[in-house]
Design a protein around this ligand. Structure first.
Ligand SMILES: Cc1ncc(COP(=O)(O)O)c(C=O)c1O
Length: 450
């Protein structure tokens, strides 16, 4: 039987020795009764979690006939409109409470479309969250615009609205907040700042299908919202994406842009009359997506229940800080992330903590790192095009500004995250995660030395 060391249990036991309580009050690493706790797997003990975890993605035999129907129809491409892609667009817009949706080949092409339609042009600047998948940086660069980073709030892991205004210049055209890991950004202050400075708001909701902020779904809170349906996502089709919004005029222009600049709705012209590309979704992924909508809705509730349960367990552990969501919002947990304070684990480094957790049978990762130092941005700003578009002084100040991202640095160094499909496991499996972390904490001094 496991003898878990709970915080309360520890305090009860420690009451016998006031020195231990003084230690706890001083905010030092908690005194642990290692002999009472199971040994971590890394030190030769049994794994806290001995079963597997749900795999991803899943498929159902019942989805096959619709795929075969498309195959046999010979109508695989969606360039003429209608068919399964149009059916999915309607269903997805309805699901989000958006007026319209344009399905695209990927989340990246959804973002490229939205940026173009919101008028992002060569030499512009876009305020972006640095804590994101690299595509968010890339889409700005591909429009020859500078992705200027607002800082990350270490408590929410999303864009800190208080750091946006100081980054606005006369080149700024848009704010691109990212609902990272399916956690809504605090959109009210972001929208207010955008309104005040006449900026567009494009939501990167690529990880936030059905996430909610103040009763509305992410992807409907700015001018346009962008989604990804790539393999790992909660609504997957291998590759796929969507732009959502409430303005017919904007969505008509998205349609034209993703379909080689062809006329559509209010965006009228002859032939391919406006700039565009081929960012269309095929009918096959649309058939996969439309058949997963009910599954997404049900699984979102399961992930939410398990995430709440996990948070309740983790927040009792000193040194484990679950994220704070904006008031009246609901996450969908593409990744379940928390911040790890090694000081409460006898200095056990995050990488050793994660190694110990994996040894317990709990897969985890450290999330995003400080990607602005990876070379991509240096390459971009030293390119001929960017040098033509921005002054040397601006490019230098831009490069120097990465050092101001203190919140993001902290987040990159201290976050630990679980992949979404863990949250589809049984409640007892979720308990194993908490058990494993408690065990690691109880033996953290030994683990740190090992
Ligand atoms: C936050 C974010 N933005 C953009 C993208 C790009 O989407 P895709 O991979 O479908 O092009 C992703 C995909 O992982 C993402 O997570």
């Amino acid at each position: 039987m496991n003898k878990r060391v709970t915080r309360r249990g520890f305090v009860r036991a420690a009451a016998a020795g006031s020195a231990a309580l003084a230690w706890l009050r001083a905010g030092r690493a908690p005194m642990i009764f290692a002999a009472d706790a199971d040994k971590p797997a890394m030190l030769g003990g049994k794994r806290a979690h001995r079963g597997g975890w749900p795999g991803w993605p899943e498929w159902r035999k019942s989805w096959e006939p619709r795929i075969l129907e498309i195959l046999r129809s010979g109508r695989w491409c969606s360039s003429g409109g209608g068919g399964t892609v149009a059916e999915f667009e309607e269903a997805y817009a309805k699901l989000l409470g958006a007026k319209r949706c344009v399905a695209t080949a990927s989340g990246t092409t959804a973002l490229l479309t939205a940026l173009h339609v919101m008028g992002i042009d060569a030499g512009d600047e876009v305020i972006v969250s640095p804590y994101t998948f690299i595509a968010t940086y890339n889409v700005c660069l591909m429009h020859k615009a500078l992705p200027v980073f607002a800082d990350t709030d270490p408590e929410t892991l999303t864009m800190d609205p208080a750091t946006i205004e100081s980054r606005i210049t006369d080149r700024t055209r848009a704010i691109l907040p990212v609902h990272i890991y399916g956690m809504p950004c605090d959109m009210d202050p972001i929208n207010e700042i955008a309104k005040k400075h006449n900026l567009a708001v494009i939501e990167d909701a690529c990880q936030a299908w059905l996430a909610e902020y103040k009763g509305r779904k992410c992807g409907t809170l700015g001018d346009l919202g962008c989604f990804s349906f790539q393999n790992s996502k909660h609504l997957p089709s291998g590759e796929g994406g969507a732009v959502t919004g409430n303005s017919d005029e904007l969505l008509d222009r998205c349609w034209s842009y993703h379909n080689c600049g062809r006329s559509f709705g209010t965006n009228k012209g002859s032939g391919c009359f406006t700039r565009g590309s081929n960012y269309r979704m095929m009918h096959y992924p649309a058939a996969l997506l439309i058949q997963q909508i009910d599954k997404l809705v049900k699984e979102t509730e399961v992930r939410r229940r398990n995430a709440d349960h996990l948070t309740a367990g983790l927040k009792e552990i000193p040194g484990i800080q679950p994220v704070r969501l904006p008031e009246n919002s609901r996450a969908v947990w593409h990744l379940y992330a928390f911040r790890y304070d090694k000081e409460q684990f006898h200095g056990l480094s995050r990488s050793k903590f994660m190694k110990a957790l994996r040894a317990e049978g709990i897969p985890c990762s450290g999330g995003y790192h400080e990607q602005y130092y990876d070379g991509l941005l240096d390459e971009a700003i030293s390119s001929r095009g960017f040098k033509r578009l921005f002054s040397p002084a601006r490019l230098k100040a831009y490069r120097d500004s990465f050092q101001e991202l203190k919140g993001n640095k902290e987040v990159c160094e201290t976050t630990v995250a679980f992949y979404q499909s863990l949250l589809l496991a049984d409640r007892s499996d979720i308990d194993d995660i908490v058990k494993a972390i408690r065990k690691i904490q109880a033996h953290s001094a030994e683990l740190a030395r090992s």
